[in-house]
Design a binder for this molecule. Structure first.
Ligand SMILES: C[S@@+](CC[C@H](N)C(=O)[O-])C[C@H]1O[C@@H](n2cnc3c(N)ncnc32)[C@H](O)[C@@H]1O
Length: 352
């Protein structure tokens, strides 16, 4: 982290500002050090340039593994297919220039969307529960407007109600309580700020006829490195058949996924065979390994937005299932529940 980003961080337990002890610096960034609450006992290490607010052995370990094996796979400059940028633009529909704003990204993985957010010129605070932050740091740590931290969506180390924009793509279904995770995100937005989140859609027919439903209870308990080895072998074994199935269009794709091979040919026909296979290793592993996989019905997702008193709610079918967008009402328009929440913690957005 850069020392000048200290003001963006708060103790996740007390909400108080933190102080910084630097042990080693490299290229104007803190490589090793410690953050601490000067009025309390809490301390948080900075390791390999990243502040760590959570224990390393948590339920997201498989994500830490996959994003550190596939650091670049889904980054546009590497894949050459610009799918991440397209998805970021289509799903957020935010302006291309956002200088002076503060964006929060929850569950950043290897940071393919961090780059897109950073290119708007906004200050981007990006976090993940897993060791994926190390992959993201390798990809985006050089950017002056990016702060990457390892933290939990349920106990974020930031000031409440302080971000102009919050986005969270591909994450909520992988948390133990997606609704509570969503509420935590809403809490971090400034009045007048915007939120974009997505979630897998719950579809009983799809659920019933997908092989993953039956095999995941076993695979999600396997050590990530063992599962990943098996996934690669399986994808390699099936690959000639997967290529033939592409001739059957949608049907062929559905069969491939039911054979437990994540084939992206229809989404990115311009990608070469090696790239498609790399995405297949990553996404097949991603389908079988997460501890939690909790899709939601579209009505449920909409209700979460409505219950938080958000305005301009727009829920639609998107890349990952359902995509939701909304705005947190300005202070004068906040409903009673939101006002009570906001009054509990002083709103000091001016500091930002
Ligand atoms: C499928 S990946 C998506 C990563 C990235 N957003 C993308 O689309 O490339 C889901 C990410 O959510 C993170 N995650 C899961 N639970 C979390 C939590 N409680 N707090 C923060 N991140 C979490 C995982 O570690 C993982 O990197």
């Amino acid at each position: 982290m850069r020392p000048e980003h200290l003001y963006l961080l708060r103790c996740p337990r007390t909400g108080r500002p933190l102080a910084l002890d630097i042990v080693t610096m490299e290229n104007d960034r803190v490589r090793e050090g410690k953050l601490y609450d000067p009025k309390g006992k809490q301390e948080y290490p900075i390791l390999n340039f990243v502040p760590r607010f959570v224990k390393p052995d948590n339920y997201a370990a498989s994500f830490g593994f996959e994003w550190n094996v596939h650091i670049q796979t889904q980054h546009d400059h590497y894949s050459g297919v610009f799918l991440s940028r397209q998805r970021f633009e289509q799903e957020t529909r935010w302006p291309q220039k956002l200088h002076g704003e503060f964006i929060l990204e929850a569950g950043c993985g290897a940071g393919r969307f961090t780059s897109c957010a950073a290119e708007t010129g906004a200050t981007v605070v990006s976090f993940d529960y897993s060791a994926a932050v190390e992959a993201n740091y390798r990809m985006n740590g050089h950017r002056e407007n990016v702060l990457i931290v390892q933290a939990d969506i349920y106990q974020m180390p930031f000031q409440r109600a302080s971000f102009d924009r919050v986005f969270c793509l591909g994450v909520l279904q992988h948390t133990p309580n997606p609704e509570a995770a969503f509420r935590a995100l809403v809490d971090s937005i400034k009045p007048g700020g915007a939120i974009v989140t997505d979630i897998y859609i719950k579809d009983w027919v799809h659920w019933l006829f997908h092989t993953k439903t039956y095999i995941r209870p076993i695979t999600c308990q396997l050590p990530p490195s063992l599962l990943y080895r098996w996934v690669r072998r399986w994808v390699n074994f099936c690959w000639p058949l997967i290529r033939c199935l592409r001739r059957l269009g949608h049907v062929g794709q559905a069969i491939s996924w039911r054979l437990l091979v994540a084939d992206f040919y229809r989404l990115m026909p311009q990608a070469n065979d090696a790239m498609l296979r790399e995405w297949a290793y990553l996404d097949t592993f991603d389908m079988l390994s997460p501890r939690y996989d909790k899709p939601q019905a579209i009505q449920t997702f909409r209700r979460w937005y409505e219950q938080e008193g958000l305005a301009e709610i727009d829920i639609r079918i998107g890349y990952n299932g359902i995509i939701g967008k909304a705005v947190r009402p300005q202070r004068g328009q906040l409903n009673t529940d939101m006002l009570q929440k906001d009054e509990k913690t002083e709103l000091t957005c001016a500091e930002f």
